[in-house]
Design a protein around this ligand. Structure first.
Ligand SMILES: Cc1cc2nc3c(=O)[nH]c(=O)nc-3n(C[C@H](O)[C@H](O)[C@H](O)COP(=O)(O)OP(=O)(O)OC[C@H]3O[C@@H](n4cnc5c(N)ncnc54)[C@H](O)[C@@H]3O)c2cc1C
Length: 352
Protein backbone atom coordinates (compact mmCIF):
# COMPACT_ATOMS: atom_id res chain seq x y z
CA UNK A 1 0.00 0.00 0.00
CA UNK A 2 1.67 3.23 -1.08
CA UNK A 3 0.83 6.75 -0.01
CA UNK A 4 0.72 9.41 -2.72
CA UNK A 5 1.85 12.92 -1.81
CA UNK A 6 2.56 15.88 -4.03
CA UNK A 7 5.83 16.81 -2.33
CA UNK A 8 8.20 14.94 -0.04
CA UNK A 9 10.21 17.61 1.80
CA UNK A 10 13.50 16.53 3.35
CA UNK A 11 14.39 18.62 6.41
CA UNK A 12 12.34 20.59 8.95
CA UNK A 13 14.65 23.53 9.49
CA UNK A 14 13.24 26.94 8.66
CA UNK A 15 13.60 26.25 4.91
CA UNK A 16 11.61 23.00 4.85
CA UNK A 17 9.05 24.33 7.36
CA UNK A 18 8.23 27.53 5.48
CA UNK A 19 8.15 25.75 2.14
CA UNK A 20 5.74 23.13 3.54
CA UNK A 21 3.58 25.95 4.92
CA UNK A 22 3.43 27.66 1.51
CA UNK A 23 2.58 24.45 -0.34
CA UNK A 24 -0.15 23.48 2.14
CA UNK A 25 -1.57 27.01 1.81
CA UNK A 26 -1.88 26.27 -1.94
CA UNK A 27 -3.74 23.00 -1.18
CA UNK A 28 -0.94 20.58 -2.05
CA UNK A 29 -0.14 17.55 0.07
CA UNK A 30 3.30 17.33 1.65
CA UNK A 31 5.22 14.96 3.89
CA UNK A 32 8.12 16.51 5.80
CA UNK A 33 10.87 14.09 6.88
CA UNK A 34 13.34 15.06 9.60
CA UNK A 35 15.41 13.07 12.13
CA UNK A 36 14.65 15.67 14.88
CA UNK A 37 18.25 16.45 15.71
CA UNK A 38 19.71 19.87 16.34
CA UNK A 39 19.87 22.08 13.27
CA UNK A 40 21.09 25.56 12.33
CA UNK A 41 17.58 27.03 12.56
CA UNK A 42 17.10 25.89 16.18
CA UNK A 43 20.29 27.53 17.43
CA UNK A 44 20.40 30.63 15.18
CA UNK A 45 19.63 34.01 16.74
CA UNK A 46 17.13 34.71 13.94
CA UNK A 47 18.30 38.30 13.64
CA UNK A 48 16.97 40.27 10.69
CA UNK A 49 19.37 43.05 9.76
CA UNK A 50 18.97 44.56 6.29
CA UNK A 51 22.47 46.07 6.45
CA UNK A 52 25.47 43.78 6.73
CA UNK A 53 29.21 43.88 7.19
CA UNK A 54 31.62 46.65 8.08
CA UNK A 55 30.92 48.26 4.68
CA UNK A 56 27.26 48.61 5.67
CA UNK A 57 25.79 47.10 2.51
CA UNK A 58 22.00 46.96 2.08
CA UNK A 59 20.74 43.47 1.15
CA UNK A 60 19.81 43.03 -2.52
CA UNK A 61 16.06 42.95 -3.13
CA UNK A 62 15.40 44.26 0.37
CA UNK A 63 12.26 45.99 -0.94
CA UNK A 64 10.63 42.61 -1.53
CA UNK A 65 12.41 40.51 1.11
CA UNK A 66 11.57 42.60 4.16
CA UNK A 67 7.83 43.13 3.46
CA UNK A 68 7.45 39.41 2.65
CA UNK A 69 9.21 38.46 5.91
CA UNK A 70 7.16 40.88 8.03
CA UNK A 71 3.89 39.78 6.46
CA UNK A 72 4.54 36.05 6.74
CA UNK A 73 5.82 36.20 10.33
CA UNK A 74 2.79 38.29 11.35
CA UNK A 75 0.48 35.82 9.61
CA UNK A 76 2.16 32.92 11.44
CA UNK A 77 1.93 34.81 14.75
CA UNK A 78 -1.82 35.30 14.21
CA UNK A 79 -2.28 31.66 13.22
CA UNK A 80 -0.32 30.18 16.15
CA UNK A 81 -1.38 32.80 18.71
CA UNK A 82 2.15 33.64 19.83
CA UNK A 83 4.83 36.14 18.89
CA UNK A 84 7.05 35.13 16.00
CA UNK A 85 9.02 38.25 15.08
CA UNK A 86 10.21 40.69 17.75
CA UNK A 87 10.91 44.12 16.23
CA UNK A 88 13.95 45.44 18.12
CA UNK A 89 16.14 48.41 17.16
CA UNK A 90 19.85 47.86 16.66
CA UNK A 91 22.67 50.03 17.95
CA UNK A 92 25.71 49.76 15.71
CA UNK A 93 28.98 50.57 17.51
CA UNK A 94 31.59 52.04 15.17
CA UNK A 95 35.24 51.35 16.06
CA UNK A 96 36.94 54.26 14.28
CA UNK A 97 36.62 57.38 12.13
CA UNK A 98 36.72 55.39 8.87
CA UNK A 99 33.63 53.41 9.88
CA UNK A 100 31.89 56.58 11.00
CA UNK A 101 32.63 58.26 7.64
CA UNK A 102 31.40 55.19 5.80
CA UNK A 103 28.06 55.44 7.61
CA UNK A 104 27.88 59.18 6.96
CA UNK A 105 28.29 58.45 3.27
CA UNK A 106 25.56 55.80 3.38
CA UNK A 107 23.25 58.33 5.03
CA UNK A 108 23.49 60.51 1.91
CA UNK A 109 22.22 57.58 -0.24
CA UNK A 110 18.43 57.49 -0.54
CA UNK A 111 17.93 53.67 -0.26
CA UNK A 112 19.76 53.64 3.10
CA UNK A 113 17.82 56.40 4.80
CA UNK A 114 14.94 54.17 5.87
CA UNK A 115 17.35 51.88 7.75
CA UNK A 116 19.50 54.34 9.74
CA UNK A 117 18.42 57.00 12.20
CA UNK A 118 20.70 59.19 14.27
CA UNK A 119 24.41 58.61 14.82
CA UNK A 120 27.31 60.55 16.31
CA UNK A 121 30.87 60.23 17.58
CA UNK A 122 31.15 58.98 21.17
CA UNK A 123 29.10 56.48 23.23
CA UNK A 124 25.35 56.04 23.02
CA UNK A 125 25.26 53.91 26.21
CA UNK A 126 27.36 54.12 29.35
CA UNK A 127 28.05 50.35 29.47
CA UNK A 128 29.02 49.95 25.81
CA UNK A 129 32.04 51.91 24.65
CA UNK A 130 32.61 52.95 21.05
CA UNK A 131 34.36 55.56 18.93
CA UNK A 132 31.00 56.42 17.36
CA UNK A 133 27.58 54.84 16.87
CA UNK A 134 24.55 54.81 14.62
CA UNK A 135 21.02 53.56 15.31
CA UNK A 136 19.52 51.13 12.82
CA UNK A 137 15.82 50.63 12.15
CA UNK A 138 13.72 47.82 10.71
CA UNK A 139 15.71 45.21 12.63
CA UNK A 140 14.62 42.49 15.03
CA UNK A 141 14.67 38.73 15.48
CA UNK A 142 12.55 35.68 14.81
CA UNK A 143 11.69 33.38 17.74
CA UNK A 144 12.93 30.39 15.77
CA UNK A 145 12.64 27.49 18.27
CA UNK A 146 9.06 28.46 19.12
CA UNK A 147 8.09 28.94 15.46
CA UNK A 148 9.67 25.62 14.41
CA UNK A 149 7.89 23.79 17.24
CA UNK A 150 4.54 25.29 16.20
CA UNK A 151 5.10 24.42 12.54
CA UNK A 152 6.05 20.87 13.48
CA UNK A 153 2.88 20.49 15.59
CA UNK A 154 0.85 21.89 12.67
CA UNK A 155 2.41 19.34 10.28
CA UNK A 156 1.88 16.48 12.76
CA UNK A 157 -1.79 17.39 13.15
CA UNK A 158 -2.19 17.10 9.38
CA UNK A 159 -0.33 13.78 9.27
CA UNK A 160 2.33 15.56 7.19
CA UNK A 161 5.40 14.89 9.35
CA UNK A 162 7.61 11.85 9.65
CA UNK A 163 10.37 11.56 12.23
CA UNK A 164 13.01 9.76 10.18
CA UNK A 165 16.30 10.13 8.39
CA UNK A 166 15.95 10.12 4.60
CA UNK A 167 18.32 7.39 3.50
CA UNK A 168 19.44 8.26 -0.05
CA UNK A 169 20.22 4.67 -1.00
CA UNK A 170 16.62 3.57 -0.47
CA UNK A 171 15.19 6.04 -2.99
CA UNK A 172 13.82 4.61 -6.21
CA UNK A 173 13.83 7.23 -8.99
CA UNK A 174 12.80 5.23 -12.09
CA UNK A 175 10.10 4.43 -13.24
CA UNK A 176 8.56 6.61 -10.54
CA UNK A 177 9.74 8.17 -7.30
CA UNK A 178 9.31 5.89 -4.34
CA UNK A 179 10.75 6.17 -0.84
CA UNK A 180 9.54 3.82 1.88
CA UNK A 181 5.75 3.77 1.40
CA UNK A 182 5.62 7.17 -0.30
CA UNK A 183 5.22 7.85 -3.99
CA UNK A 184 5.71 11.61 -4.23
CA UNK A 185 5.50 13.59 -7.45
CA UNK A 186 8.63 15.48 -6.47
CA UNK A 187 11.17 15.49 -3.65
CA UNK A 188 12.54 18.77 -2.33
CA UNK A 189 15.77 18.68 -0.36
CA UNK A 190 15.93 21.34 2.39
CA UNK A 191 18.81 19.81 4.29
CA UNK A 192 20.82 22.86 5.35
CA UNK A 193 24.57 22.20 5.42
CA UNK A 194 24.01 18.44 4.96
CA UNK A 195 22.92 19.30 1.41
CA UNK A 196 26.65 19.42 0.63
CA UNK A 197 26.67 15.59 1.08
CA UNK A 198 23.53 14.94 -0.94
CA UNK A 199 24.48 12.60 -3.83
CA UNK A 200 22.35 14.56 -6.32
CA UNK A 201 23.33 18.08 -5.30
CA UNK A 202 26.83 17.87 -3.79
CA UNK A 203 28.26 19.33 -7.04
CA UNK A 204 26.79 22.73 -6.14
CA UNK A 205 29.36 25.25 -4.83
CA UNK A 206 28.48 25.32 -1.14
CA UNK A 207 30.81 27.33 1.10
CA UNK A 208 29.77 26.18 4.56
CA UNK A 209 30.50 28.34 7.59
CA UNK A 210 30.54 27.19 11.20
CA UNK A 211 29.01 29.55 13.74
CA UNK A 212 28.98 29.57 17.54
CA UNK A 213 26.80 31.47 20.02
CA UNK A 214 26.97 31.94 23.79
CA UNK A 215 24.02 32.38 26.13
CA UNK A 216 24.95 34.52 29.15
CA UNK A 217 23.13 35.49 32.31
CA UNK A 218 23.67 39.06 33.53
CA UNK A 219 23.09 40.87 36.79
CA UNK A 220 23.15 44.44 35.41
CA UNK A 221 20.26 46.07 33.56
CA UNK A 222 20.85 45.57 29.83
CA UNK A 223 19.65 47.74 26.93
CA UNK A 224 16.47 46.59 25.18
CA UNK A 225 18.11 46.63 21.77
CA UNK A 226 20.48 44.56 19.70
CA UNK A 227 24.05 45.82 20.07
CA UNK A 228 26.17 45.19 16.99
CA UNK A 229 29.94 45.65 17.10
CA UNK A 230 30.96 43.22 14.34
CA UNK A 231 29.68 40.58 16.77
CA UNK A 232 26.34 41.20 18.48
CA UNK A 233 24.48 41.01 21.79
CA UNK A 234 20.80 40.08 21.70
CA UNK A 235 18.62 40.76 24.78
CA UNK A 236 16.50 37.78 25.88
CA UNK A 237 13.97 37.24 28.69
CA UNK A 238 14.99 36.07 32.21
CA UNK A 239 18.12 38.24 32.47
CA UNK A 240 19.77 36.42 29.60
CA UNK A 241 21.69 37.58 26.54
CA UNK A 242 22.83 35.77 23.44
CA UNK A 243 26.25 36.75 22.16
CA UNK A 244 27.33 35.79 18.67
CA UNK A 245 28.37 34.76 16.34
CA UNK A 246 31.64 33.37 15.09
CA UNK A 247 32.05 32.70 11.38
CA UNK A 248 34.58 30.17 10.16
CA UNK A 249 35.10 27.96 7.12
CA UNK A 250 37.41 25.67 9.17
CA UNK A 251 36.57 22.60 11.32
CA UNK A 252 33.08 22.15 9.90
CA UNK A 253 31.52 20.19 12.74
CA UNK A 254 28.84 21.05 15.28
CA UNK A 255 31.04 20.90 18.39
CA UNK A 256 31.45 24.04 20.54
CA UNK A 257 35.08 25.18 20.87
CA UNK A 258 37.10 27.03 23.48
CA UNK A 259 38.56 29.24 20.73
CA UNK A 260 35.09 30.49 19.71
CA UNK A 261 34.11 31.16 23.32
CA UNK A 262 37.34 33.14 23.82
CA UNK A 263 36.75 35.09 20.59
CA UNK A 264 33.20 36.05 21.59
CA UNK A 265 34.15 37.03 25.15
CA UNK A 266 37.21 38.96 23.98
CA UNK A 267 35.13 40.93 21.46
CA UNK A 268 32.52 41.64 24.13
CA UNK A 269 35.20 42.76 26.58
CA UNK A 270 36.54 45.33 24.07
CA UNK A 271 33.17 47.16 24.08
CA UNK A 272 31.81 46.30 27.54
CA UNK A 273 33.87 46.71 30.69
CA UNK A 274 31.47 44.72 32.89
CA UNK A 275 32.17 41.22 31.66
CA UNK A 276 32.34 39.94 35.25
CA UNK A 277 28.61 40.73 35.46
CA UNK A 278 27.98 37.88 32.98
CA UNK A 279 27.86 34.12 33.58
CA UNK A 280 28.12 31.75 30.64
CA UNK A 281 25.11 29.39 30.62
CA UNK A 282 25.38 27.69 27.26
CA UNK A 283 27.41 27.48 24.06
CA UNK A 284 25.92 26.30 20.77
CA UNK A 285 27.57 25.53 17.46
CA UNK A 286 26.19 24.70 14.05
CA UNK A 287 26.87 25.16 10.35
CA UNK A 288 25.41 27.75 7.99
CA UNK A 289 24.55 26.57 4.47
CA UNK A 290 26.45 29.41 2.77
CA UNK A 291 27.18 29.38 -0.95
CA UNK A 292 30.14 30.62 -2.97
CA UNK A 293 28.15 33.22 -4.93
CA UNK A 294 26.12 34.27 -1.83
CA UNK A 295 22.86 33.35 -3.58
CA UNK A 296 20.53 30.54 -2.48
CA UNK A 297 20.29 27.24 -4.40
CA UNK A 298 16.81 26.70 -5.85
CA UNK A 299 15.65 24.50 -8.68
CA UNK A 300 15.71 21.06 -10.29
CA UNK A 301 18.38 18.46 -10.70
CA UNK A 302 19.61 18.66 -14.33
CA UNK A 303 19.00 14.95 -15.03
CA UNK A 304 16.14 14.14 -12.64
CA UNK A 305 13.77 17.14 -12.59
CA UNK A 306 11.62 15.34 -10.01
CA UNK A 307 14.43 16.00 -7.48
CA UNK A 308 14.71 19.62 -6.33
CA UNK A 309 16.68 21.71 -3.89
CA UNK A 310 15.67 24.63 -1.66
CA UNK A 311 18.80 25.52 0.27
CA UNK A 312 21.81 27.84 0.52
CA UNK A 313 20.30 30.58 2.69
CA UNK A 314 23.62 31.12 4.46
CA UNK A 315 23.66 33.54 7.36
CA UNK A 316 20.39 35.27 6.47
CA UNK A 317 17.72 32.60 6.40
CA UNK A 318 15.23 34.54 8.54
CA UNK A 319 15.17 37.45 6.11
CA UNK A 320 15.42 35.52 2.84
CA UNK A 321 13.28 32.42 3.32
CA UNK A 322 9.77 33.95 3.49
CA UNK A 323 10.00 35.53 0.02
CA UNK A 324 11.98 32.65 -1.50
CA UNK A 325 9.60 30.00 -0.14
CA UNK A 326 6.67 31.87 -1.71
CA UNK A 327 8.44 32.19 -5.05
CA UNK A 328 9.58 28.56 -4.95
CA UNK A 329 6.04 27.33 -4.21
CA UNK A 330 4.75 29.50 -7.04
CA UNK A 331 7.38 28.14 -9.44
CA UNK A 332 6.45 24.55 -8.50
CA UNK A 333 2.72 25.00 -8.82
CA UNK A 334 2.36 27.68 -11.52
CA UNK A 335 5.51 26.95 -13.51
CA UNK A 336 6.99 30.43 -13.12
CA UNK A 337 10.82 30.67 -13.17
CA UNK A 338 12.74 29.79 -10.00
CA UNK A 339 14.56 32.74 -8.47
CA UNK A 340 18.27 31.97 -7.79
CA UNK A 341 17.91 28.99 -10.16
CA UNK A 342 20.74 26.45 -9.91
CA UNK A 343 20.69 26.32 -13.71
CA UNK A 344 23.41 28.94 -13.37
CA UNK A 345 25.78 26.11 -12.38
CA UNK A 346 24.71 23.37 -14.79
CA UNK A 347 27.35 24.03 -17.44
CA UNK A 348 30.35 24.57 -15.15
CA UNK A 349 29.63 22.36 -12.16
CA UNK A 350 27.39 19.44 -13.08
CA UNK A 351 29.46 16.35 -13.93
CA UNK A 352 28.20 14.96 -17.30
C1 LIG B 1 25.61 30.30 15.03
C2 LIG B 1 24.62 30.68 13.97
C3 LIG B 1 23.94 31.89 14.08
C4 LIG B 1 23.04 32.26 13.08
N1 LIG B 1 22.37 33.44 13.25
C5 LIG B 1 21.46 33.80 12.30
C6 LIG B 1 20.72 34.99 12.47
O1 LIG B 1 20.86 35.71 13.46
N2 LIG B 1 19.83 35.32 11.49
C7 LIG B 1 19.63 34.51 10.40
O2 LIG B 1 18.80 34.85 9.55
N3 LIG B 1 20.32 33.38 10.23
C8 LIG B 1 21.23 33.01 11.15
N4 LIG B 1 21.93 31.86 10.98
C9 LIG B 1 21.74 31.11 9.73
C10 LIG B 1 20.49 30.25 9.80
O3 LIG B 1 20.67 29.32 10.82
C11 LIG B 1 20.29 29.54 8.46
O4 LIG B 1 20.14 30.47 7.42
C12 LIG B 1 19.03 28.67 8.49
O5 LIG B 1 18.72 28.21 9.76
C13 LIG B 1 19.19 27.48 7.58
O6 LIG B 1 17.98 26.75 7.63
P1 LIG B 1 17.83 25.41 6.84
O7 LIG B 1 16.43 24.95 7.04
O8 LIG B 1 18.33 25.58 5.44
O9 LIG B 1 18.86 24.41 7.54
P2 LIG B 1 18.72 23.67 8.99
O10 LIG B 1 18.07 24.54 9.98
O11 LIG B 1 20.08 23.15 9.33
O12 LIG B 1 17.73 22.48 8.70
C14 LIG B 1 18.05 21.40 7.88
C15 LIG B 1 17.25 20.20 8.36
O13 LIG B 1 17.39 19.15 7.42
C16 LIG B 1 17.50 17.94 8.13
N5 LIG B 1 18.15 16.93 7.27
C17 LIG B 1 19.35 17.01 6.67
N6 LIG B 1 19.60 15.87 5.97
C18 LIG B 1 18.51 15.07 6.15
C19 LIG B 1 18.16 13.76 5.68
N7 LIG B 1 18.95 13.05 4.88
N8 LIG B 1 16.97 13.25 6.07
C20 LIG B 1 16.11 13.98 6.85
N9 LIG B 1 16.40 15.22 7.31
C21 LIG B 1 17.59 15.75 6.96
C22 LIG B 1 18.35 18.31 9.34
O14 LIG B 1 18.23 17.36 10.37
C23 LIG B 1 17.74 19.67 9.70
O15 LIG B 1 16.68 19.54 10.60
C24 LIG B 1 22.83 31.43 11.96
C25 LIG B 1 23.48 30.21 11.88
C26 LIG B 1 24.38 29.83 12.87
C27 LIG B 1 25.07 28.50 12.76
Amino acid sequence: MTRKVDYLIIGQGLAGSLLAWELIARNYSVMVVDPEQNNASKIAAGIINPISGMRFVLANEIDVLLPAARQLYQHLADFFHHDVFVATPMLRLLPNEAAYQQVQQRLTQAPYQAYFSDGARGHALSDFKSYAYVHQQQTGYVLLPKLLASLKAFLCQRDSYLSAYFDYSSLQIIPQLRWQDFTPKQIIFCEGYLGANNPWFSWLPFQLAKGEILTLRHDREQPKMIINYGHWVLPCPSQQLRVGATFSHQCLNTLPTVAAKDELLHALRTVNAHLDAFTCLQQDAHIRPCTRDKQPFLGCHPRYPQLLIFNGFGAKGSLYMPWYSQQFAKALTQHTPFPADIQRFYARHFPC
